[in-house]
Design a binder for this molecule. Structure first.
Ligand code: 3HC
Length: 288
């Protein structure tokens, strides 16, 4: 199946980034959210990212305008009736995701792939509320989507080989390298990344080292672009806690248990960059 029209649900950080990369590949791109305000914020975020891409010589001014024109913003999911693939990128709340999938299943054409950008929820639990579990798949993008080169594709036990094949081709068309994970908590990347990040929190919490030394250690000693505490602030402490809880639920392994400090920081509203405070302080939340 030739994919030419993409529908994205959720104009947050990930949804708007995914819309941007689809439109940059010349795909007809629709993005839906529940109200005008989130759509406006999503549009501003996409415009900001496109301008950064222009400043870094990746796009011309004309291309920036063209990409922005490619994206259709809507509050009406019924407009997804012509989509070849729908990608859900709403908050990590299973009942919310399943209600979106029930709607998409009733609107999108029978041929359409229904994909979820979950970072750790079971794909099969989302697939089972649809009439086409074989067409449901996980597409785990990484933040910031226009920059990170990876797309982790997650097949459930019900995903068909055709759906996997078409999703892989779609991801390659977006310029991503594809890895295929099974539908198990954390998939591949978060199963490795989250315990590393939470170990850093435990080191910091125990007073073993300063936040700066922990981060510099991994940046300068191991070539990571960000240290683990900086990266937690970037991902969002609430998101990291959510993934951590999912891993612990799935495996009941103490290595995956969230450190108490992480939970307390989330309870305090210290969510990282987006709230202006996490392991570090930010003067104001940067525009993603
Ligand atoms: N569009 C296209 N390219 C862009 C761009 C844009 N909007 N903005 C920046 N770029 C390009 C730049 O041109 C540059 O490319 P080059 O290497 O070819 O010159 C590259 O991206 C880096 O850009 P900058 O120099 O502006 O930015 P930094 O060097 O400060 O890097 C960063 C910023 C990419 C965020 C880097 O710090 C980084 O990689 N951090 C780690 C991010 C990470 O690990 N993300 C994954 C999080 S885990 C996740 O998402 C999963 C979830 O489930 C938890």
């Amino acid at each position: 199946m030739e994919i030419s029209t993409v529908g994205i649900v959720g104009a947050g950080l990930m949804g708007s980034g995914i819309a941007e990369i689809c439109a940059r590949q010349g795909l007809r791109t629709l993005i839906a959210d529940s109200g005008d305000e989130p759509l406006k914020t999503g549009r501003q975020r996409i415009a900001g990212s496109l301008h950064r891409a222009r400043e870094r010589g990746k796009l011309s001014a004309g291309e920036v305008e063209q990409v922005l024109e490619e994206i259709h913003f809507t509050t009406d999911l019924d407009e997804f009736a012509e989509c070849d693939i729908c990608i859900e990128a709403v908050p990590e709340h299973l009942p919310l995701k399943t209600s979106v999938f029930q709607r998409l299943d009733s609107i999108a054409p029978e041929r359409a792939i229904l994909a979820t950008n979950t970072s750790s929820l079971p794909i099969i639990e989302i697939a089972r509320v649809t009439s086409r579990p074989e067409r449901v798949i996980g597409t785990h993008f990484f933040n910031p989507p226009p920059v990170m080169r990876l797309l982790e594709v997650v097949r459930s036990i019900a995903t068909s080989p055709e759906t996997l094949h078409e999703t892989r081709e779609f991801g390659e068309r977006l310029g991503k390298r594809i890895i295929v994970a099974q539908d198990r908590g954390g998939f591949i990347v978060n199963l490795l990344l989250i315990p590393f990040l939470t170990h850093a929190v435990r080191l910091y919490e125990s007073g073993f080292a300063t936040r700066e030394d922990i981060d510099e250690g991994m940046r300068l000693g191991c070539g990571h672009p960000m240290g683990p505490l900086e990266l937690l602030d970037y991902i969002g402490l609430d998101t990291a806690l959510f993934v951590c809880d999912s891993l612990y639920d799935e495996y009941a392994n103490a290595d995956y248990a969230p450190p108490p400090l992480l939970r307390r920081m989330v309870a305090a509203g210290y969510l990282g960059r987006k709230s202006g405070r996490g392991f570090y302080e930010y003067e104001r939340p940067p525009a993603a």
